[in-house]
Ligand binder design. Sequence first.
Ligand code: ITT
Length: 192
Amino acid sequence: MKLILATANPNKVKEIQPLLPDEIEVHTLKDIAYSKEISEDHDNIEDNSLQKAMTIWEHTYTTCLSDDTGLFINALDGEPGVYSAMYAGEKRDDKKNIKKVLSNMKGEEERSAYFKTVFTLIIDGEIHQFTGILNGQILESPQGKNGFGYDPIFSHAPGLSLAEIGLEEKDKISHRGIALQKVVEFLRSRGK
Ligand code: ITT
């Protein structure tokens, strides 16, 4: 079966592709030469995830899988949340986003937060969504060089950021890894 990954983020492709069953022929937006920006017009990640998958489904009518993810910080009333990608401005910039979070969290003792990923799978014209959550804490300063996005300031285990663990370990415990396991189980149950 051919499946198109409806994400323009190469880091997400790196995390998702190895976890999908070998029988699935995975194509990225780059592979299908789709270079238009996909709109994300909604105020929640479920609907944005659906919008991304629908955009590519209507372009290809091929099975497709999208991911929308947000970092929700309790002391900031859930910010950056659905606006995680452009928190510090229209131009996506991980370093500036991290700086803004740390500045807004300065002096804050309640540092709990969670990542949430919603995958949308469109297969045979049917829509299915799968969610994964990873709870943790916002660190006082960035740590580690792996991963992407907010990984250097998110700690899931005492003293360690998500940017200090390997890709394989992140896949096992992360919001994206958990949601993707559900996608894989679903595909297997459909005999894919
Ligand atoms: P697509 O929409 O093309 O999939 P994107 O980068 O725009 O890619 P999102 O809309 O889901 O992705 O935005 C999510 C934001 O959260 C973005 O700034 C990412 O860097 C960050 N993010 C997503 N997954 C993350 C992860 O596993 N660890 C750290 N930060 C993450």
